[in-house]
Design a binder for this molecule. Structure first.
Ligand code: HDD
Length: 692
């Protein structure tokens, strides 16, 4: 038998080529050409595999080491390349090069993430989302490592390991994954009243966003902008999504976990591939020390916002994400953000949460990426010159020349390369005066500033700023989460804390739990009543637009092809995306006898994955699908998730069976549907679920 016959590979698929072919030749990592990638080297066809087989050993060895430690938090994420474009020069506020020239574009790499789940968890649990932007500026990398919520759970970084241990799967049993709804998280949170404001945000629909593209981002901490004269201005950073805010409802988010683990990841990727580039505007709130000193909260406290009504957000530029990564591991997984990466003109404040972060990220990158040279990886490397005397270390990728590995040196005087030198003019200067008049400098104290003890005023502000429907979602989310907690005194303590936020909220949560209203927890400072802020509500910041939304059209044998085409064209014209869903992927035979291929099969493409649905069926088609659970559920969930449903007359039987009732969001297939598909119908909710 010929050798090639005995290789036993490549039935139908080419595995090898003749010498001189134009496909690149497979090699080992040492560049040795490989003759056979199907069979290990054996002593005889049925004999033992030989240790000598360096092709096999190298391949398995590399495979064995493919995984790196995942991020301790924010392990699951997706990212994209893009640019930041400045609207107007901010040279009066900052000397940062990125903010000098109107219209200038700076490359960025932006990663969105969930916090609690591991890398293989799902995209849509109730969770805070990370929003990390790496700006590759001409004066080095600036990382704005934020979240989609403008406050944080804790005030001091020393509590971060406790917070993360509490929210992660419980230590003895290793579950639950990717959720805060368990004993240890609520035990910790209820004992940390400073977390109450963040909990209000976390229980709102902010933590179940419809898409990365429809959530805000926040730098959270107060930072400083420092101009060329050395004048400092306090700043808070905001990202405002061009598509407006949009969230899912809880039942939908939960079902999305089954329908599509990768819902957000896919949405980001597909939008970019389709040329619908996600976009956010960068906003800044700027203020001075006099303003800071006059507020009833401390601007160094990361559990507090500065209401936009008090300091308006000035939009200074936009970020457009227009390119998907080429390789998930090399870019999205290996990207290393660090809040300590700031450029001249941007500086820190004494926020004790920020100060701890400045240490943590650099440290974690070393353990995650295995070498102090992680900054040399292409995704982390600055796009400006990097010149210093740091040398060696594991995985050194550069080959520095010469012997100037120190300075001062006088090697230049004998014609050798002398290396770079510091520059007091262009170099980074730390803003000198970090304390304001209120503080005693110098004493070593393990304490917090006085106003940090106000744990409830802003939680109250948040609650007061929500629509009734949003309040019902928050109360119900507390009930859901606390119902997963098996230790009764935790319920009581948490609801006791909520009584400081709003008595009505506490009552609704206690009722929802079926327990008596517990006694009110003592508050370290009496909460204030601040004026409500519209900026805190999702519902007040949504856009009725089909841009960025997708519509699913359900059809079957006998459906009207003309009606399908008309809805598709109208939705696409209004900026929406359309997917066709049928019982079989190969399609259905329409009324005109032609077969229309589907984009998704009904059982695997439930209505959760769409923002609105059109159900285009003949009477016979509807009668048949009324016996198909997936079709009934398709309509029932679209209705239950408060989405627009456009239906053909023939679809009536299916809608009846699904319990779809007439309302503003249930339309025929004309213009009314296109209009309705651009929004959700929160008024419908009392008809479909009992909220707390
Ligand atoms: Fe953090 C990752 C955001 C507080 C320690 N954090 C990480 C990421 C985001 C945030 C978006 C993922 C970045 C990426 O996509 O790779 N973290 C925040 C925000 C915080 C915050 C907005 C509060 C305002 N973090 C925080 C504290 C500490 C850390 C107080 C520690 C003292 N965070 C980390 C970390 C991570 C991280 C352990 C895990 C992986 C990594 O850094 O690269 O160092």
């Amino acid at each position: 038998m010929a050798d090639t016959d005995r290789r036993n590979a490549g039935e139908g698929g080419e595995t090898h080529q003749e010498a001189g072919g134009d496909v690149p030749v497979l090699t080992t990592n040492q560049g040795i050409p490989v003759s056979d990638n199907q069979n290990s080297l054996k002593s005889g066809a049925r004999g033992p595999t030989l240790l000598e087989d360096f092709v096999l050993r190298e391949k398995i060895f590399h495979f064995d080491h493919e995984r790196i430690p995942e991020r301790i938090v924010h392990a699951r994420g997706s990212a994209a390349h893009g640019y930041f474009e400045l609207y107007e020069s901010l040279s009066d506020l900052t000397r940062a090069d990125i903010f000098q020239r109107k219209g200038e574009k700076t490359p960025v790499f932006t990663r969105f993430s969930t916090v609690a789940g591991s890398a293989g968890s799902v995209d849509t649990p109730r969770d805070v989302r990370g929003f990390a932007v790496k700006f590759y500026t001409k004066e080095g990398n600036w990382d704005l490592v934020g979240n989609n919520i403008p406050v944080f759970f804790i005030q001091d970084a020393i509590k971060f390991p406790d917070l993360v241990h509490a929210v992660k799967p419980e230590a003895d049993r290793g579950y639950p994954q990717a959720t805060a709804a368990h004993d240890t998280f609520w035990d910790f949170a209820s004992l940390m009243p400073e977390s109450t404001h963040m909990l209000m945000w976390a229980m709102s629909d902010r933590t179940i966003p419809r898409s990365f593209r429809t959530m805000e981002g926040f730098g959270i901490h107060t930072f400083r902008l420092v101009n060329a004269e050395g004048h400092s201005t306090f700043v808070k950073f905001h990202w405002k999504p061009k598509l407006g805010l949009q969230s899912t409802v809880w039942d939908e988010a939960a079902k999305l976990q089954g329908a599509d683990n990768d819902f957000h990841r896919r949405d980001l990727y597909e939008a970019i591939e389709a040329g619908a580039y996600p976009e956010w505007e960068l906003g800044i709130q700027t203020f001075d020390e006099a303003f800071a000193a006059a507020q009833p909260y401390d601007v160094l406290d990361a559990t507090k916002i500065i209401p936009e009504e008090d300091v308006p957000v000035r939009l200074v530029g936009r970020m457009v994400l227009d390119r998907n990564p080429d390789n998930f591991f090399a870019e999205t997984e290996q990207v290393a953000y660090c809040p300590a990466n700031v450029v001249p003109g941007v500086d820190f404040t004494n926020d004790p949460l920020l100060q701890g972060r400045l240490f943590s990220y650099l440290d974690t990158q070393k353990s995650r990426l295995g070498t102090a040279n992680f900054h040399q990886l292409p995704i982390n490397a600055p796009k400006c010159p990097v010149m210093n005397f740091q040398r060696d270390g594991q995985m050194q990728m550069h080959v520095p020349k010469g012997r100037a590995t120190y300075e001062p040196n006088s090697l230049g005087e004998v014609g050798e390369e002398a290396g770079p030198r510091e520059c007091p003019v262009t170099g980074y200067h730390t803003f000198e005066r970090q304390l304001d008049e209120r503080e005693e400098a110098g004493d070593k104290l393990r304490v917090r500033p006085e106003l940090f003890a106000d744990h409830y005023s802003q939680a109250r502000l948040f609650w007061a700023s929500q629509t009734p429907s949003e309040q019902a979602h928050i109360a119900s989310a507390f009930v859901f989460e606390l119902s997963k907690v098996g230790i009764d005194h935790i319920h009581a303590r948490m609801i006791g804390n909520l009584r400081n936020v709003d008595e009505e909220l506490a009552k609704r949560v206690a009722d929802g739990m079926g327990i008596d209203l517990p006694k009110k927890s003592p508050a370290a400072r009496d909460p204030l009543d601040m004026a409500a802020s519209d900026a805190l509500s999702i519902h007040k910041n949504m856009k009725a637009s089909l841009e960025g939304r997708s519509v699913g059209i359900l059809y079957a044998d006998g459906s009207d092809g003309g009606a399908i085409d008309a809805v598709k064209a109208a939705v696409e014209k209004a900026g929406g995306m359309v997917k066709l869903v049928a019982p079989k992927l190969g399609g259905s035979k329409l009324a005109d006898g032609k077969t229309r291929k589907a984009d998704g099969q009904l059982a695997g493409t439930p209505s959760q994955v769409f923002d609105a649905v059109a159900i285009i069926l003949s009477e016979e088609g509807a009668a048949k699908l009324s016996n198909e659970g997936a079709a009934v559920q398709f309509a029932m969930d679209a209705f239950g998730h408060l989405k627009a449903i456009g239906a053909s007359d023939g679809a009536a039987a299916l809608l009846d069976k699904a319990g779809v009732e007439a309302d503003e969001g249930v339309t025929d297939l004309g213009d009314d549907f296109v209009k309705a598909a651009a929004r959700r119908f929160y008024d419908r909710e009392p008809k479909v679920r009992m909220l707390a």
